[in-house]
Ligand binder design. Sequence first.
Ligand code: PMP
Length: 301
Amino acid sequence: MYYNDSTIVYYNGKFLKASEANTDLYGQSLHYGYSVFEGIKSYETNEGTQIFKAQEHYDRLRRSAELLHIPFEYSTQELIDLTYELLERNQFTNAYIRPLVVCSPNMSLSKGKESHLILLAWEWSNGYLGDKMKVMTSTFQRPNPQAFLIEAKVGGHYVNSILACQEAKDNGYDEAILLDEKGYVAESSGANIFYEKGGELFTPAKGSILPGITRSVVIDICKELEIPVHEKFFTPEEMRGADAAFFCGTAAEIVALDSMDNVRFAKEWDESLCSLIQNAYKNRVVGKSINEFKNKVEENA
Ligand code: PMP
């Protein structure tokens, strides 16, 4: 599903076939989840294939490695150039790109000695979360920021995401909303959260979330469309039954929520500000203007 016999990856300083690449069984990342990674997308645009927010993603990858004391020498520009080459070698336009930095063999619980960059890509045109989602408040909290470097995108953090997402599925929901250790809404298993109430947008403040690149694009779009947007801590009670809500992330893009803990969001999606933002985001990723949405804000507020 992710690769076939002709898929090319970048690993250990060279391009090679995915089917011929192998990894060390004694690596620190495999044993302890001590790896950092990114999820990036490229889109077909009028200017050819463009990696959306490439600089922001690779700056975050380098920052994640630095926070975890993983030695990692690539510059952001080198990483971008390698990624365009990877897309070209695979002849991909709309793709999901997964850079992963793994550490060399080391069974001790000390910082990484040496790292290896892995770049994978596969074709992907749509948001992975599909239609409007029914979500539940998870019984799992997000990792405590005193226990993890929560702003880094670390392999091991995603054990928490798997537990929460699977719990939601096992209970008949599509996804989970995780709270922080104080009981405020934090984020989903792999996406940030916004809700709309009274013509304004709200998103959890930084602290117990991965500050998503899509989240900051959404904030920019709100500002450009003159939709008031607030970063603040709020409880699930404040969000439940609001006018509308969505999850956002590079892979998911912007995906509408139908209900939270079986309480429907009040507005018809197409009449919400959230849906305007969803459409504006679709334009933004392919480099198109979002001006057409400006005069619709009043109608949907
Ligand atoms: N939170 C978590 C836990 C995530 O895994 C992601 C996806 N990377 C996000 C938020 C959204 O981040 P971004 O918009 O940078 O993809």
